[in-house]
Design a protein around this ligand. Structure first.
Ligand code: ATP
Length: 454
């Protein structure tokens, strides 16, 4: 809930790079990654739709997270809880009382701002960022949750909230999961899904939106082991971004100052990325203690503790929570991958996305549109498509098609030419090196999979 961009003492803000940001945003629009929502009606308040390539990229980010957090571990299980929830959940979790941002109004131009985003100017006064006026109201607490009603009557008893985080779904299902999976602490519950916050000042493209996707793990541990697991998850999560291609010098881990900690946290570290507008949070790793389970146990009357038979001891587990944003991470991967270089004297734009994240893994390109090549090119596509998300493109010159694939990050192009009809071999072209090798169609599947993995 802090949302500020932080610079440690002695470190100045990095130079903002608006051109890089503009180039990424333009590419996203031009090639169908991200569209402003309801664009034909003039757009809708910092809301975005994910286009044909964006939906693939976003799915791949979420899939890479699920793979590392659930599939490759035997101590984490998944969950997909409801988005709508009763006030009981949010009262117990503290969100009704404390999930607020301080809001100030400009009396001059009526715009609203987050008080904690405004710094005094050189004259020592806080100015409205829009009109410059210093006539601002005192900060008021503004609850970020979206409130709605279930059923036909909008009365007090039908109030519901759209979840502002996925985490509470894991806490209220703690007992269900414990009983059905027979897991014991240390174990975790993972969830990926939409969350909603009525942000006062959304912006910086998809960095801060009112509707966004989160990837959260609640990892339940014996209280004494919480510090050890906290360190484990900070390391694991940092490595995840690096393994997927974010350069280490564009990432940093920033422990929260005590006054910045959320109401439930005994310690939080953020993983931040150097966005073109400055350092911004990708993920927070928090030691949520036993706050949530105890709060829900007290409010619901259900016991949410764990009996450790071996130690003959009953306790309420502590929770270590790595909470990441899927949409925000997707933006970081795009920014980090964006590059320009020169091939044969010609400028090109290339997204150096990790193959696991690339929207298309392979593009199948018949050298020409001539009918003779179509059946074999389609055969090659049919060979790869069951295993990999592929594109097929037979328009324009081959050079232009390579550029189009480079621009959306496709790691490999497979070209079918007239020799292919004779020797049943095709050319694989690598996005990053632009090197080309000839491979028999019979060996293509394995070669492509090996190259993508390597
Ligand atoms: P911020 O300080 O940026 O407001 P936060 O500390 O409130 O974020 P958390 O509650 O820890 O965020 O949520 C976990 C993650 O969810 C964040 O690290 C971020 O990646 C993502 N997230 C939170 N709010 C938004 C938002 N409005 N738009 C996009 N992603 C968000």
């Amino acid at each position: 809930m802090s949302g500020r961009l932080h610079y440690p003492a002695g470190m100045s803000a990095p130079e903002p790079d608006p051109q890089r940001m503009e180039a990424v945003v333009a590419l996203c629009k031009r090639r169908g990654f991200v569209f402003p929502s309801a664009e034909i009606y003039g757009g809708f308040r910092s809301t975005y739709d994910y286009g044909p390539l964006g939906v693939q990229l976003l799915r791949n980010v979420k899939e890479a997270w699920w793979r590392s957090m659930v599939q490759l571990r035997d101590d984490v299980v998944g969950l997909d809880a409801a988005i709508l929830g009763p006030p009981d959940i949010w009262r117990a979790s503290g969100h009704l009382a404390t999930f607020t941002d301080p809001l100030v109004d400009c009396r001059s131009c009526q715009q609203r701002w987050r008080a904690d985003h405004l710094e005094p100017a050189e004259d020592g006064k806080v100015h409205c960022p829009s009109c410059g006026s210093t006539d601002l109201t005192e900060p008021r607490d503004f609850n970020l949750m979206f409130k709605t009603h279930t059923g036909p009557v909008a009365e007090e008893g039908s109030v519901a909230y759209l979840r502002p985080e996925t985490a509470q779904g894991m806490f209220v299902n703690f007992k269900n999961v414990l009983q059905t999976t027979r897991k014991k602490p240390p174990f975790g519950i993972a969830q990926v899904g939409k969350s909603f916050r009525n942000e006062i000042t959304p912006g910086n493209y998809v960095f801060r939106t009112r509707e966004f996707e989160q990837m959260e793990l609640e990892f339940f541990v014996p209280p004494a082991d919480a510090p050890k697991w906290f360190d484990h998850w900070v390391d694991e999560r940092h490595r995840w971004y690096v393994d997927l291609g974010i350069p280490e010098d564009q990432l940093r881990i920033r422990p929260h100052d005590p006054e910045e900690l959320s109401h439930y946290s005994a310690g939080t570290s953020d993983i931040e990325f150097l966005f073109p507008f400055g350092w911004g949070e990708l993920e927070g790793i928090a030691n949520r203690t036993d706050f949530d389970l105890k709060a829900h146990a007290a409010a619901s009357g259900e016991s949410l503790d764990y009996f450790d038979q071996a130690a003959n001891e009953r306790y309420v587990p502590y929770v270590i929570e790595p909470a990441a944003g899927a949409t925000r991470s997707m933006m970081a991967f795009l920014v980090a991958a964006y590059d320009t270089d020169e091939i044969g004297g010609e400028a090109r734009t290339v997204l150096r996305l990790h193959p696991r994240l690339a929207p298309y893994k392979v593009a199948v390109l018949p050298l020409s549109k001539k009918e003779a090549l179509t059946p074999l090119a389609r055969e090659v596509l049919g060979l790869l498509q069951p295993r990999l998300v592929c594109d097929y493109d037979d328009t324009q010159s081959i050079g232009r098609r390579y550029r189009r694939q480079d621009e959306v990050g496709t790691p490999l192009c497979v070209t079918v030419d007239f020799d292919s009809l004779e020797d049943r071999a095709v050319t694989i072209r690598d996005r990053d090196t632009t090197e080309q090798v000839r491979v028999p169609i019979d060996a293509l599947g394995k070669e492509v999979v090996d190259r993508l993995a390597g």
